[in-house]
Design a binder for this molecule. Structure first.
Ligand SMILES: [Mg+2]
Length: 194
């Protein structure tokens, strides 16, 4: 199958690192469960401009010192043996080399890295013939799902809304590996059960 996989919040544990920096910068004490919006300015009670400035000024730090999500590396090693893997990240093109370096450092295999610069991921999915997508942003998940592509939504405090049929909430990489296998076997029971 052709798999589309997001990076931030799926392969890279951005929340831990970003929270440390955000708490220090805005002098707050938020924990992961407080991040109930993907728009961090709402969580921290600051303006969009302030948050944008924070991310622009700290981008390198925020994208370099990231730990991989638990079992992401091992699972990607397994998936790439059987599937085509497209990493489709919202990051701007100028961060390609930082991103490639991080992927190499953490031995995360892939066939192609696509940086969408915050534009709609569904165009890239259709273009590459992606059959299943792994994502953590609910907004992106809904857009990709609207193109008829099943989405595995990596559970996070900011995406806990009710999900339509065809978007599957997943809690870890082992669960993702199992669901990919079921979808690959054409198990339509999956759609009836959830
Ligand atoms: Mg993400």
């Amino acid at each position: 199958m052709k798999l589309g996989i997001d990076i931030d919040g799926v392969l890279a544990d951005v929340l831990t690192t970003w929270l440390e920096h955000l708490n220090r910068h805005f002098e707050q004490n938020k924990v992961k469960e407080d991040i109930i919006h993907y728009q961090f300015e709402k969580v921290f009670g600051v303006s969009w401009e302030e948050m944008d400035r924070f991310f622009r000024n700290n981008q390198e730090n925020l994208l370099t010192n990231l730990s991989p999500v638990e079992k992401a590396q091992e699972t990607m090693e397994e998936l790439i043996k059987e599937h085509n893997v497209f990493l489709i990240a919202a990051r701007p093109e100028e961060y390609r080399s930082i991103t490639e370096k991080w992927l190499t450092e953490h031995s995360i295999p892939y066939h192609e890295l696509i940086m969408t610069d915050f534009s709609d991921k569904s165009d890239y999915c259709l273009n590459r013939g992606v059959e299943v997508f792994v994502e953590d942003s609910l907004e992106n998940a809904l857009a990709i799902h609207a193109c008829g592509i099943p989405v595995l939504l990596f559970d996070a405090p900011y995406n806990r809304d009710p999900l339509p049929k065809g978007i599957f909430r997943q809690h870890n990489w082992r669960e993702i590996a199992r669901t990919v296998q079921e979808l690959n076997q054409g198990n339509d029971k999956l759609f009836k059960e959830r």
